[in-house]
Design a protein. Structure first.
Length: 87
């Protein structure tokens, strides 16, 4: 899998009111820049929770979401960047 970076990596907001849609990206690479397992949440633009998961310390995942959906985490140690997936 190849990815195209669509912006600059930034810390995720640490509460529902501080979530980011990462420039309306439908794919976001999130990275936990700490050693602790941290919770990552995805919600609609109306602050309705879609789901959440724990991201292991030092791990990264790709979150697939609707363009207006927002991501936030329990700590700003979780960073994200919008990406496009290329084959």
């Amino acid at each position: 899998m190849k990815i195209r970076v669509l912006g600059s990596e930034a810390a995720c907001g640490a509460s529902s009111t501080n979530g980011s849609n990462f420039n309306n990206s439908t794919h976001v690479r999130v990275f936990n820049d700490s050693t602790a397992n941290l919770e990552v949440s995805i919600e609609t633009s109306a602050n309705v929770l879609i789901g959440k998961f724990h991201l292991a310390g030092g791990a990264s995942e790709i979150v697939v979401k609707d363009p207006s959906d927002e991501i936030f985490a329990e700590s700003t140690d979780v960073r994200g960047v919008g990406i496009a997936i290329e084959q």
